[in-house]
Design a protein around this ligand. Structure first.
Ligand code: SER
Length: 312
């Protein structure tokens, strides 16, 4: 049985569905503090800080693998730093400890471009580099990566991780991140033909279409253990763009679309991250290859969301 934490979140919603398609509807237990809008299979409400319940669920459902997605993201995390640290760090520590105690086969832990900071090389950020995150989210993920490697080295736990860029999806909405504009812009373009962006026009960030990030996750977890040479977290890349470039890509299909800019506190977070990522290690070690670039992603987002909003 596979257990997913944070299964109602942006990635969790789509990953749970993909895992059910691959491993069987009854072999994936979704958990989250929030119930899904349309429950489609096994679901248990779980506060990630409730270690006792987590343990009971692992025993009851004979869980062998955990995808631990529950976390508070970069922007919303700043509202309550102590709580963010508690949820992100203690959530991971109980998963790792439970995995060790119960002899779980595998754990997946998502890391992020938010582990990088102002002193990190900005262009083609290397796999092994300076990590000086400025958000509590980034600090917790950087520490989390080290804890994953520690549990692998010390206890032989098969824990695997990628540093996701900003993820763009039509199926689910992001919540509380700095890259969320790149999803919202599509909804606003279709509903209102215009968008006010909370980042500046030229803020370049690494991004990825959801399909690619799900495939990366499944491929990483399927790879033979000896191919996984990095046990902190793999750099992972597909594309990098600015809000102005994304708007230009949307305009190719919607010539009347307009964008303006009203940067808020999230601009400082985005400015502390890097622009593009060198993910050669993921490509070499377990064969990572992205499919979607900016224009392919834009076309797919517009097509899917038009269907969703019946604007066909
Ligand atoms: N999308 C995330 C955020 O913006 C980055 O990991 O917080």
């Amino acid at each position: 049985m596979i257990l997913v934490t944070g299964a109602t979140g942006q990635i969790g919603t789509v990953l749970t569905e993909a895992l059910r398609a691959e491993y069987g509807q009854d072999n994936v237990l979704a958990t989250d503090i929030r119930k899904p809008e349309h429950p489609a299979g096994l679901f248990e409400t779980l506060d990630i800080l409730n270690t006792q319940l987590l343990k009971e669920l692992v025993e009851k459902y004979k869980v062998t693998t955990i995808y631990h997605l529950a976390a508070i993201l970069s922007a919303s995390g700043e509202a309550n730093p102590q709580r963010t640290w508690n949820i992100n760090m203690n959530g991971l520590l109980s998963i790792l400890e439970l995995a060790r105690e119960s002899g779980l086969q595998k754990v997946f832990y998502p890391s992020t471009i938010a582990v990088f900071g102002k002193t990190t090389p900005r262009i083609n950020t290397p796999q092994h580099t300076v990590m000086t995150p400025s958000t509590v989210y980034g600090i917790s993920k950087a520490a989390g990566e080290l804890w994953c490697e520690y549990y692998h080295n010390r206890f032989g736990l098969d824990v695997r991780s990628v540093r996701y860029p900003g993820i763009i999806s039509y199926q689910s909405m992001p919540g509380g991140g700095t890259t969320d504009y790149a999803v919202d812009i599509f909804h606003q373009a279709i509903l209102h033909g215009k968008y006010t962006c909370f980042l500046e026009a030229d803020t370049r960030l690494p991004m990825m279409y959801m399909d690619d990030s799900i495939r990366a996750t499944l491929e990483l977890m399927r790879a033979p253990s000896e191919e996984i040479k990095i046990r902190t977290s793999y750099n992972l890349a597909a594309m990098s763009f600015t809000p102005a470039e994304l708007a230009a890509s949307i305009k190719k299909h919607m010539p009347d679309f307009t964008i303006d800019y009203a940067p808020d506190h999230r601009q400082a977070i985005a400015a502390s991250w890097t622009e593009s990522i060198d993910d050669q290690d993921a490509r070499n070690d377990w064969g990572w290859k992205h499919e979607y670039d900016l224009d392919a992603m834009t076309l797919e987002m517009l097509t899917q969301l038009k269907k969703k909003y019946n604007h066909v």
